[in-house]
Design a protein around this ligand. Structure first.
Ligand code: CA
Length: 406
């Protein structure tokens, strides 16, 4: 077995070891793998050979759920074993266990029971508030006291590369009655999603100190939005059809263990949060994020936004503690989105709504095209990575193309 050649700027060095579900032509059964450089490692095969000390069985599943439910001690043990197996013991690996990425088809990694989306970026909430309600009412009175969220739709969470069909719906018309049409304000939202590993019993909240132990890992998430539908429908119960038609995620779930060295202090929280949301540990993450747009006429994508997860006002632990404070039970594989992650500068805004200021400042694309919102044939891609000393913990990408209304 030759030594695996890993490019220094790969998203997937040995420090990463994310988990995903894949199949091959030779073995079309979806199963769990990890990624190392340009290879996928078949973990069901390693498990069959008893390389993890004991047989787990869950790597032969077509989702990560049973592995996620096994708990942090097991996740850590498996990660430590994998570092050894793919490092110093690499030479003893069977060649069938290592599959070139171009031979692999990725599958949706998790059976998501419930999906919740938060609204945790102060910059994003302020920008949207100004546009929808005016400067005086930008941040609602509750915003600095709790991480605002809503229960989303799990069935339309889709894997990266799945096309998105432009939705139709009601929106404000010119006269007194609404109009029914294909959305003219189709948008992306740059987010990070986090998956629940071990859940909690109904009636028993997850405390802020324990919250991070329940989180298995993160993916890139694009929460597609139809702004004209949203503006007409959102009061009084929040978004509904404007956000239920598609939410794209990246295929590799990057673990909390891999992200641990990239914790950073989040923004100062003033007023101080109530005790159930008060954390004494460093709970932000330094994850550089980037959005590119490529129209049907362009031959290469153009970067339109650069942001970072460290700007989030509320931490993912606070989101989880808040979500469960009522006793709401989370289950393995539940997905939470952070909400659009906008940075403090004009080139770090996480949606077209903000980048173009609701269409007032169109984005210039090469070849003379401009964009206020997304057009049919546009492809949006998001990337994310943590920069270590001489290595990167990357997320790969989440991408999708817009197709015309049916
Ligand atoms: Ca969102």
């Amino acid at each position: 077995m030759p030594f695996i050649d890993i490019h220094p700027d790969t998203d997937f060095p040995i420090q990463n070891l994310p988990f995903g579900v894949f199949s091959t032509i030779a073995n079309p059964r979806p199963r769990v793998g990890t990624r190392l450089g340009d290879f996928v490692v078949d973990l069901s095969l390693l498990d069959d050979e008893n390389l993890f000390g004991k047989r787990h069985g869950f790597f032969a599943d077509s989702s990560l759920n049973r592995f996620m439910a096994s708990g942090r001690e097991v996740w850590r043990e498996i990660r430590q074993r994998l570092v050894r197996i793919l490092g110093e013991e690499q030479a003893s690996l069977k060649k069938e266990a290592l599959i070139s990425i171009d031979q692999v088809q990725m599958h949706f990694p998790v059976n998501i029971g419930d999906y919740t989306d938060f609204y945790a970026s102060r910059e994003h909430a302020t920008n949207v508030g100004i546009m929808f309600r005016g400067k005086e009412n930008a941040l609602m009175p509750n915003w600095l006291h709790l991480p605002v969220g809503y229960h989303g739709r799990a069935s339309s969470v889709i894997l990266s590369s799945t096309d998105v069909i432009r939705p139709r719906g009601q929106m404000k018309g010119g006269g007194s009655s609404p109009e029914f049409a294909a959305t003219r304000q189709l948008d992306f939202e740059l987010e990070v999603g986090f998956f629940i590993g071990t859940g909690n019993e109904l009636g028993k909240p997850i405390s802020i100190d324990k919250a991070d132990e329940h989180i298995f890992g993160m993916v890139l998430l694009n929460d597609w939005s139809a702004r004209d539908i949203q503006a007409w429908e959102y009061q009084p119960l929040g978004p509904f059809l404007a956000k239920n038609f598609a939410t794209s995620i990246s295929p590799w779930v990057v673990t909390m263990e891999a992200l641990e060295p990239f914790r950073v202090r989040g923004p100062e929280q003033d007023p101080a949060p109530p005790p159930y949301l008060k954390a004494d540990f460093v709970s932000g993450f330094d994850i550089a994020l980037e959005v590119t747009l490529q129209s049907a006429r362009m031959d290469a994508p153009q970067t339109i936004s650069r942001s970072n997860m460290k700007h989030l006002y509320w931490s993912i632990g606070q989101m989880l503690a808040h979500h469960t404070i009522t006793g709401c039970n989370m289950r393995p594989g539940d997905l939470c989105g952070t909400g659009t992650i906008s940075g403090p500068t004009d080139d770090g805004l996480g949606s077209m709504l903000e980048l173009t200021w609701r269409g007032e400042r169109p984005i210039q694309l090469p070849g003379g095209e401009t964009r206020t919102f997304l057009q049919d044939g546009d492809t949006v891609a998001m990337k994310g990575y943590c920069q270590g000393n001489g290595y990167r913990i990357g997320f790969g990408e989440v991408t999708a193309k817009i197709l015309p209304t049916l």
